[in-house]
Design a protein around this ligand. Structure first.
Ligand code: XMP
Length: 317
């Protein structure tokens, strides 16, 4: 009979037989799927798996530090961090169209990753594809009108001439999490809200600048922190802050201020296809708003998004 322990043992042998004494590379985002795939393959072939973590500068506050801390220092993975913020921001300068941003981020990611793959060498590319991705990509072939180009920046083209290993292909999300627990991956990684590949790039409406990134990171971190403190993080499927392109007038002391507007978004959903806005208690929203306005320089007003999907999408761009 099928158990997760058996599955793990069988997968490890299978990966060892496939890779033999060759090498593999994996793009680690810190999301659930790539994390579990990375630790699983590391169990099988150790340091012959090189994990590449691309910091494109569009990550949440502290994320660029946390990922190496957890995966390299705690879990012992062979992890290389690529600091590519400058490069991404340069390409994104002046770009305001959401699809254009997605395209640039996706393409740039592939370029960075390809270069790393060449440097590392090896025959195999590990991907954290799970069962729902397999279903989705089979279905999207028939799709006529696409709302958003949902390329996950973890997805890489075949032209890299690497053989693909997808050890999680047959697992549902909850099974991937169970496997992750068995592999000793911290709870905070396994039960984290989903985060889009283009990251904060699509949560800053309009042009992305360093200043806006800093404001958004701080506001987002406060929102998530308060939700965690109040026991609401687990009660929302996804929650985040968005930085709007318009500024708004306010008063700070007895001076007129003209600062950015932060929109808070929190939804309940099963797979992100439809979503209801979360009925977070007003007291909690009040606290988030106060903390953001008091401590985030450049943020002057906070609004809460009360639109479900449909008609709105979860992300603003
Ligand atoms: P929407 O905004 O389409 O989002 O209702 C549904 C889910 O998908 C995520 N999302 C993305 N994920 N690349 C990704 O990897 C993208 O370009 C992208 N756009 C949206 C979104 O965060 C939500 O979980």
């Amino acid at each position: 009979n099928w158990t997760m322990e058996r599955f793990l043992e069988d997968k490890i042998s299978e990966i060892q037989e496939t890779v033999r004494d060759n090498r593999a590379i994996l793009g680690l985002s810190g999301g659930v799927d790539s994390s579990v795939a990375a630790v699983l393959v590391h169990r099988a072939i150790g340091d012959r798996l090189t994990n590449i973590f691309v910091d494109h500068g569009l990550l949440r506050l502290s994320e660029a530090l946390e990922v190496p801390e957890v995966f390299r220092d705690k879990l012992g993975l062979n992890l290389d961090v690529v600091h590519a913020k400058e490069r991404f921001l340069r390409k994104l300068k002046g770009v305001t169209d959401p699809e254009e941003k997605r395209k640039i981020i996706g393409e740039e990611f592939i370029r960075v990753f390809e270069k790393e793959a060449k440097r590392v060498g090896g025959e195999f590319l590990v991907q954290g594809t799970i069962y729902s991705d397999v279903i989705e990509s089979a279905a999207s072939g028939k799709e006529t009108a696409k709302i958003k180009s949902h390329h996950n920046v973890g997805g890489l083209p075949e032209k890299m001439n690497l053989k693909i290993i997808e050890p999680l292909r047959n697992l549902f999300k909850d099974e991937v999490r169970k496997l992750g627990e068995l592999l000793g991956i911290p709870y905070e990684i396994l039960y984290r809200h989903p985060f889009p590949g283009p990251g904060l790039g699509i949560r800053i409406i309009g042009e992305i600048t360093e200043e806006k990134l800093q404001i958004l990171k701080e506001a987002d971190s406060i929102f998530i922190q308060v939700l965690k403190e109040k026991g609401w993080y687990e009660r929302t499927w996804q929650a985040f802050a968005v930085l709007l392109s318009s500024k708004s007038v306010g008063v700070v002391g007895d001076e007129r201020a003209y600062d950015y507007v932060i929109a808070l978004r929190a939804v309940n959903s099963v797979e992100g296809m439809t979503a209801d806005w979360s009925k977070i208690p007003h007291e909690i929203l009040d606290e988030v708003s106060r903390r953001i306005c008091n401590s985030v320089k450049g943020a002057g007003r906070v609004v809460y998004d009360i639109t479900s999907k449909p008609p709105a999408t979860i992300e603003w761009e």
